[in-house]
Ligand binder design. Structure first.
Ligand code: KIV
Ligand code: ZN
Length: 531
């Protein structure tokens, strides 16, 4: 790490904290755990697992990640107040390498309008908070929020006082994505030359992408001696997002000649982790996204293709296999065995228990019978479906459905569902008309379950590129003021839609159960169980 090797850059991943804050990216506890395992595999140095005071769910996620993930430092975010700090300390204490990350805004606009605090108040609060955090934990990071818009003299003063109080990492956030590379580099240079004992701490950068410069700004800061980069997979995060982990890592690797810096990232997992995050959140990366976009290694122009055939270096500065994107995505067929699948699952960055692997294998065999070719993306979809299904015993499950639609005809759907508590063989059925087959289907499900939720977002896409691809449905739903999203795959997109919708309804109803509302409160009495 940086302490021993001056050229080693610490990769601080905040996908599960800043990333998760972005609209449409919220994750359940099992999803966060799955992502945390993938990040550990990827070789990140720090996982910022959440903001423990934000909600009981956030606290539990940080605590569980701290319990389960070994290797990376596990970090929890806290504002500079005792309740936040104590809560963060309580969540990260389960880790062998805990970190508390404190933040307090320092820019004039935040001081005056948000905090209503003077410069002196900020200094006092910084020192008190860092000291309190140090009582719990030897590893304390401090972020002067909106540092990029803070007066330089005051920024130096805050940073110096935080170091004196015991902060071990000083992070300089460009909270609103306002900086440009030369400006941001100058801030780091200024701190390096004006702050006493700056060499006792690691200087860190945290850039937002509002002007599309998060990666460029982070690289410029590394050029001035910063040695920790805060970043997220696929660059997700507040508004336009954060520095994209895969871009920063591959820039440092590809331009080692220029930067002379290294990271501990196992780059062959970049592609799989990026896809995993898209699968979990339903937020796809744009096709032309650097490193992990579908077109990142595609060559369309004849001249380029000709050059590539003669020597790939003519038009490729990175090898796709170095970032885990195989040129030959076709991996398994119906004659492939369990060992081949196990190997492929590991290659894709998943760890499945034997029982889970058996289920995925059975699903894979069924799929291989129906579909000519099975791609990595198909296998990932099967695994994700399996992981989601395991995330808490289903209350309602789909037995079957029919839907009728056609030009000029009335659209309707009928569903048969099983309720977990019904005797074996009991199936509940109902039907509904609707504006299109999906609307009818959701209405029929609402009639059986008694739960009517509002659909906020609904998308379907083909998982792989072939004609008979698996269809993936992603749905975001609001119920009782709460939002949740889920995804499901099937060769039939209507079935995938029903499965995704049921997945979210199950979560809501199970949450109500946990909140001690009887589940049967929601089950209408007019639905007669049919054996
Ligand atoms: O953008 C920001 O300032 C943050 C801090 C909490 C580090 O996310
Ligand atoms: Zn941020």
């Amino acid at each position: 790490m940086a302490a021993t090797d001056p050229n080693r850059v610490i990769i601080f991943d905040t996908t599960l904290r800043d990333g998760e804050q972005s609209p449409g990216c919220s994750m359940t506890l099992p999803e966060k755990l799955e992502m945390a395992h993938a990040l550990q595999n990827l070789g990140v140095d720090v996982i910022e697992a959440g903001f423990p005071i934000a909600s009981p769910g956030d606290f539990e996620s940080v605590a569980e990640i701290a319990r389960q993930i070994h290797g990376p430092i596990i970090c929890g975010l806290a504002r500079c107040n005792p309740a936040d700090i104590d809560r963060a300390a309580d969540a990260v204490k389960h880790s062998k390498k805990p970190r508390i990350h404190l933040f307090l805004a320092t820019s004039a606009i935040h001081r005056e309008f948000k905090l209503k605090m003077s410069r002196e108040d900020i200094l006092t609060r910084t020192v008190e908070s860092v000291k309190r955090a140090r009582d719990f934990c030897a590893d304390v990071e401090f972020s002067p929020e909106d540092a990029a818009r803070t007066e330089l003299d005051f920024l130096s003063e805050v940073v110096e006082r935080a170091i004196e109080a015991g902060a071990t990492t000083l992070n300089i956030p460009d909270t609103v994505g306002y900086a440009v590379p030369a400006h941001y580099a100058a801030i780091i240079r200024h701190l390096k030359t004006t702050v006493r004992n700056i060499d006792r701490c690691v200087l860190s950068v945290h850039c937002h992408n509002d002007l599309g410069m998060a990666v460029a700004n982070s690289l410029a800061a590394l050029g001035e001696g910063a040695r920790q980069v805060e970043c997220t997979i696929n660059g997700i995060g507040e508004r336009a997002g954060n520095t994209a982990l895969e871009e920063i890592v591959m820039a440092l690797k590809t331009r080692q000649d220029y930067y002379g810096l290294t990271t501990g990232i196992e780059t062959k997992f970049l592609g799989p982790v990026s896809r995993k995050l898209s699968n979990v959140t339903g937020m796809q990366v744009q096709r032309n996204k650097a490193i992990v976009g579908r077109n990142a290694f595609a060559h369309e122009a004849g001249i380029h293709q000709d050059g590539m055939l003669k020597n790939p270096n003519t038009y490729e500065i990175m090898r796709p296999e170095d970032v885990g994107i195989s040129k030959t995505e076709l991996v398994l067929g119906k004659h492939s065995g369990r060992a081949a699948l196990r190997e492929r699952v590991a290659h894709l960055g998943y760890h499945l228990a034997d029982e889970q692997l058996n289920t995925v294998f059975a699903d894979f065999k069924k799929l291989a019978d129906q579909k000519k070719e099975v791609f990595d993306a198909d296998i990932e979809a099967l695994i994700e479906t399996q992981l989601q299904a395991n995330s808490g015993g289903k209350l309602w499950s789909l037995v079957g459905f029919t839907s009728t639609a056609g030009t000029g005809s009335q659209t309707s759907a009928a569903v048969s569902l099983r309720h977990r508590d019904d005797p074996v063989g009991v199936v509940r059925r109902d039907a509904a008309p609707g504006n299109g087959p999906i609307d009818a289907l959701f209405k029929a499900i609402a009639r059986v379950t008694g739960v009517t939720a509002k659909v906020i977002d609904y998308r379907v896409r083909a998982v792989s590129q072939d004609m008979d691809a698996l269809g993936e449905a992603h749905i975001e739903v609001e119920y009782n003021g709460k939002r949740s999203s889920a995804r499901a795959v099937s060769l039939d997109v209507i079935e995938a839609s029903a499965l995704a919708y049921l997945e979210v309804l199950n979560r809501f109803v199970q949450q109500q159960l946990r909140d001690r509302l009887k589940p049967t409160d929601n089950v209408p009495t007019n639905v007669v169980p049919v054996v």
